[in-house]
Design a protein around this ligand. Structure first.
Ligand code: NAP
Ligand code: G4F
Length: 330
């Protein structure tokens, strides 16, 4: 039985929910940081996950992070907190830099000065957005840990800073800090602002007669989409290694948003999705990441990690979940 203690930032997000389930099954004591003085998600977490102890803190307030570390005395810190929506980051680039970039420095410094830096293992949620969509040194191949970075959004740039400052703290201060370079991962817990969940929810609502059509931006980009439940397993495995390192987690397949639409609408018996989709320029981005395809060979070999849920099963799972959810609402 484990008596390990984990502190999770970003516990109210998609990955936070999956990570709680995984660590709870492994008998961890789990602390999570929650921001804001009236965060509506606090009650949701308390209800769904009574095993979690919440601590008020914010990534841009270092004193609150010092307090969170003092209260929880963690063996493992999972930094999932971020402004994570790429489109939003173009509208709030400075805030994105402060939270998603400098916030990670705040947390690493709090760990370094905690007096427990050699006891804590740290996970940083790095992202395929750091690559930017063209495999510049090896076109046509999947991105691995050695591919060149070329971020295409304020979010991607902030994450690249966070990635390098994490590596820097590993090299400079010997902190057991690992970066998971994760490609898109989705599921029923995904926020409605992201394209997969926006589609699965709209398909469910259209099927139930609650909505007529869905408005989207660019339908051509391709993503390497996996299931979030599989990916938190990889995060945990990274922190169980003797040596900290960086790993790509991906499926090795890529699909367009049109592919996602096709499978999602087929799930409710609609063979032609086009009449139900309208383009809205508001969802276009100043710069787009056209193609993401990852190469998870290192994680498969070193961590023994492998995704379990394939793309059609992921789409089916999300649409089914949203039909169930929407049919319970008025
Ligand atoms: P998410 O659902 O958007 O969750 C983001 C979390 O960050 C939320 O809990 C949010 O809290 C918290 N947060 C935002 N600003 C904060 C601040 N100033 N202080 C403390 N917490 C703050 O993200 P996700 O999909 O679970 O992803 C988890 C992490 O992995 C993120 O860092 C994301 O950038 C990264 N990532 C995600 C993917 C993916 O495909 N999902 C791929 C690669 C990397 P509130 O609920 O209070 O807003
Ligand atoms: O679902 P998205 O917003 O995800 P995006 O931009 O790939 O970012 C996600 O994955 C990253 C990993 O690669 C994470 F780091 C990041 O935190 C986040 O979780 O958009 C996917 C694609 C984009 O090309 C976007 O332009 O879908 C396109 N899209 C088309 N219409 C749309 C829409 N995206 C959104 N969110 N909403 C639309 O209406």
């Amino acid at each position: 039985m484990s008596n390990r203690i984990a502190l999770i930032t970003g516990i109210t997000g998609q990955d936070g929910g999956h990570l709680i389930e995984l660590l709870h099954s492994k008998k961890y004591k789990i602390y999570g940081i929650i921001r804001g003085q009236q965060n509506p998600k606090k009650q949701l977490i308390e209800k769904e996950f009574p095993c979690v102890e919440l601590i008020e803190a914010d990534l841009i307030d270092q004193s609150s992070l010092i307090r969170a570390l003092e209260l929880s005395k963690p063996d493992e810190v999972y930094n999932l907190a971020a402004i994570s929506h790429v489109g939003y980051s173009f509208k709030n680039p400075e805030l994105t830099g402060q939270v998603t970039g400098l916030g990670v420095l705040n947390l690493l410094e709090a760990i370094r000065l905690s007096g427990r830096k050699d006891k804590i293992r740290f996970y940083q949620a790095s992202t395929s957005e750091m690559f930017g969509g063209l495999n510049y040194n090896r076109p046509g191949e999947g991105y691995d840990e050695n591919a060149l970075f070329h971020p295409r959004s304020p979010y991607g740039v902030a994450k690249l800073y966070a990635h390098w400052i994490t590596k820097n703290y590993r090299e400079s201060y010997g902190i057991h800090a690992s970066c998971g370079i994760l490609f898109n991962h989705e599921g029923p817990r995904r926020g409605l602002e992201f394209v997969t969940r926006k589609i699965s929810n709209a398909v469910a609502r259209i099927h139930l007669g609650k909505q007529e059509y869905i408005e989207l931006g660019n339908l051509d980009p391709k993503r390497d989409w996996g299931y979030a439940g599989d990916y938190v397993e990889g995060m945990w495995l990274m922190l169980q290694q003797d040596k900290p390192d960086d790993y790509v987690l991906a499926t090795g397949e890529t699909h367009s948003i049109k592919d996602f639409l096709e499978l999602a609408f087929k799930e409710v018996g609609v063979n032609d999705w086009k009449p139900y989709v309208k383009q809205n320029k508001a969802f276009l981005r100043p710069a787009e990441v056209d193609l993401l395809l990852g190469n998870p060979a290192k994680a498969e070999k070193v961590l023994g990690w492998k995704r379990k849920v394939d793309f059609p099963s992921l789409v089916k799972m999300m649409v089914k979940h949203d039909i169930n959810l929407e049919s319970k609402k008025n």
